[in-house]
Design a protein. Structure first.
Length: 268
């Protein structure tokens, strides 16, 4: 992809972040699913670290930087819509390591990427706020406007349901220059509303079971909605259910979905 084409996708992606008219950005786990998402009308596609790891037969957080960037490049090449990559914690604790990851991400033609403040250590799961902010500053400088940088505050995925701290962190990441702010794991509309009231940049919200749906999130003023690994796990669940039907001698229930999927692929 030429630099001009990549810049065009980045600008298109940036413009799709409109509070109250959210970009619904489902997360694909390989090039084929990215093409399906684009074919059914998605205006942008995200990657999912957990979903991609699943295609390799591994748990989340077991993918290397090189594997993640190769995967992202494959999705960029597969579709014409903007692609934003889940780059986990930036594949390194230090700001310089995060910056190196973001510079490599720019080279793939990605329109966006996200960097989280999770450490990977269950005993101390969230980076100190000073280091976390320095990491986002380094990521923003490395991006240099060439992709949309999303800063993630991971508190609520790791047992730290401290909304005040989450808001403080996202405010710091906003001041550091992040384009989009994201606190995955929020389940209450009131918490989303409180978050939005304290931030000035577009906010992404992860759909979660029992949480606000697309229409309610739009009403609240969210700018982007993503699914994380949920669609990948739903597909794996459907696969497991279908195979169990065969093993149990039951009549297969997968034919309607198989036909619908085949029709999408035939239209490529």
């Amino acid at each position: 992809m030429t630099a001009t084409a990549a810049a065009g996708r980045t600008e298109r992606f940036r413009e799709l972040h409109r509070p109250g008219v959210p970009l619904v950005m489902p997360n694909a786990w390989d090039a084929g699913t990215a093409r399906v998402l684009a074919a059914v009308g998605c205006l942008a596609v995200g990657t999912t670290s957990s979903g991609f790891a699943g295609t390799l037969g591994r748990p989340d957080r077991s993918v290397t930087r090189e594997e993640a960037l190769g995967h992202a490049a494959a999705l960029v090449a597969a579709v014409e819509v903007p692609v934003s990559a889940d780059l986990e914690s930036g594949y390194g604790a230090e700001p310089a390591e995060v910056a190196a990851t973001v510079r490599a991400a720019v080279a793939t033609g990605l329109a966006g990427c996200s960097i989280e403040d999770f450490t990977g250590d269950p005993q101390a799961p969230i980076h100190d706020v000073g280091l976390a902010t320095a990491r986002i500053t380094a990521a923003v400088e490395a991006a240099a406007g060439r992709l949309v940088l999303t800063a993630r505050a991971e508190n609520h995925l790791h047992g730290r349901d401290d909304l005040a701290d989450t808001i403080d962190r996202l405010q710091r990441y906003q001041q550091a220059g992040a384009d989009v702010l994201y606190a995955p794991g929020l389940r209450r509309a009131a918490d989303v509303r409180s978050l939005l009231a304290e931030l000035e940049r577009p906010v992404n919200v992860l759909l979660v079971p029992g949480g606000p749906g697309v229409a309610e999130l739009a009403e609240l003023g969210v700018a982007r909605i993503s699914t994380g690994g949920a669609l990948a796990f739903a597909a794996l669940g459907a696969l497991g259910r279908s195979v169990r039907e065969l093993l149990d001698g039951a009549a297969p229930s997968f034919w309607p979905d198989a036909g619908a999927g085949r029709d999408i692929v035939r239209a490529w």
